[in-house]
Write a protein that binds this ligand. Structure first.
Ligand SMILES: *Cc1c(COP(=O)(O)O)cnc(C)c1O
Ligand code: SF4
Length: 356
């Protein structure tokens, strides 16, 4: 093994000083259940002397993952119920997920699809890919295709072109969107040629960049993002609000600014899903709203993500605040609106009096 090989076992993590040999039995039990991989780029960011390292917390397994809680679910957002054909999840009429692969370059310890992702399992190819494409082609209401997995950017440019060429031929698809962690965790993959291969000819192209901590924005990652933006993709962000990683005002602000500085428009900040063994990452919705409010107080409007809850069971994603409006008792006022300093202001109904 060299410094350029992903760490894929507890032994490899112990050898790099990233896991404690005393905990090996529990960690082996975790690894038997959930896939493990830490890319060299991410391993290199971890300070092994810091027991609370936010990068380690995202990727290095811990015994706490064995503590499943009753409210947790193997399929937290109910993908299975909305999958008409293997590889497609069609929950909202105008857009569908196309899951091209089950594997990822890293395995996040909080992953909402942790029971589904891993190095085993085939990529969607051959007849199964044909059936998925046939579904997309047969549903003219599908305006956007969202390519995800696993992480679709682990595919070779040749495999990617085989899919993009087929999507290009489906006239009702106007928008192609990729979701990926590769630009941050394996940035060396994103060459200019690779960035071009991700364009679906004739369609608007978006890439949702998954990052959770400002430290992930290494020089290499910044270059990867620049190559994607220069190749004509619109870059948007996706992060998960995670206790012990980014759930404090300064880290969250630095993360959102790092996105914007690298031409990535903050899009979604996800409340953590009820994936098994992830209780140590979860915070309350109240705590999440307070953090999101702290951003609105002092960061550019460009740096504001939407705070999203994917309702357990499959009802879909909804923004969960914070809200700046409340009912108002004052005569002639429809609502009270709170400003960034917490001061309340009455707002009149249409045609109503402006209260003083
Ligand atoms: C998250 C998700 C989408 C995308 O939702 P947006 O709000 O458009 O980002 C689409 N389909 C499914 C099944 C999803 O889970
Ligand atoms: S990259 Fe995404 S799909 Fe893969 S383990 Fe991480 S959160 Fe899950």
């Amino acid at each position: 093994m060299t410094a350029h090989t992903p760490l894929r076992s507890i032994d490899a993590l112990i050898a790099r000083g990233l896991a404690d040999p005393a905990g090996r039995a529990a960690l082996d039990a975790v690894a038997a259940r959930y896939a493990v991989a830490v890319t060299p780029a991410m391993a290199g960011l971890i300070d092994p002397a810091d027991p609370a390292d936010p990068i380690a917390r995202q990727f290095v397994p811990t015994a706490r993952e064995l503590e499943a809680a009753p409210q947790e679910r193997a399929d937290p957002i109910g993908d299975a119920a909305h999958s008409p054909v293997e590889g497609v999840v069609h929950r909202y009429p105008d857009r569908a997920l196309l899951k091209l692969v089950h594997a990822c370059p890293v395995y996040c310890r909080f992953c909402f699809r942790r029971e589904m992702v891993g190095p085993g399992g085939d990529a969607l190819t051959g007849d199964r890919l044909e059936a998925a494409l046939a579904y997309l082609a047969a549903h003219p209401e599908i305006w956007e295709v969202i390519m995800t997995g696993g992480d679709p950017l682990i595919l070779s440019p040749r495999r990617i072109r085989a899919v993009t060429a087929r999507l290009a031929a489906i006239a009702h698809i106007k928008v192609a969107r990729w979701h990926s962690r590769v630009p941050m965790v394996q940035p060396e993959r994103i060459t200019a040629e690779f960035a071009r291969a991700l364009r679906v000819p004739g369609k608007a192209s978006y890439i949702a960049i998954h990052a959770n901590h400002p430290r992930e924005f290494t020089g290499e990652a910044r270059l990867a993002l620049a190559r994607l933006a220069d190749a004509g993709h619109v870059l948007i962000s996706q992060s998960v609000l995670l206790k012990g990683v980014n759930a404090d005002p300064d880290t969250l602000a630095a993360l959102m600014r790092a996105f914007v500085e690298n031409r990535v428009k903050p899009y979604y900040l996800h409340h953590p899903d009820l994936a098994p063994g992830t209780g140590h990452f979860r915070l309350s919705l109240d705590e999440g709203q307070a953090l999101v409010k702290s951003l609105r107080g002092h960061l550019s409007g460009l740096c504001q993500p939407t705070y999203i809850l994917d309702i357990p069971g499959g009802a879909g994603k909804v923004p969960v605040g914070p809200s700046y409006l409340s009912g108002c008792e004052m005569p002639g006022a429809e609502a009270a609106v709170e400003d960034r300093l917490g001061v309340s202001h009455a707002y009149p109904p249409p045609g109503g009096e402006t209260p003083r």
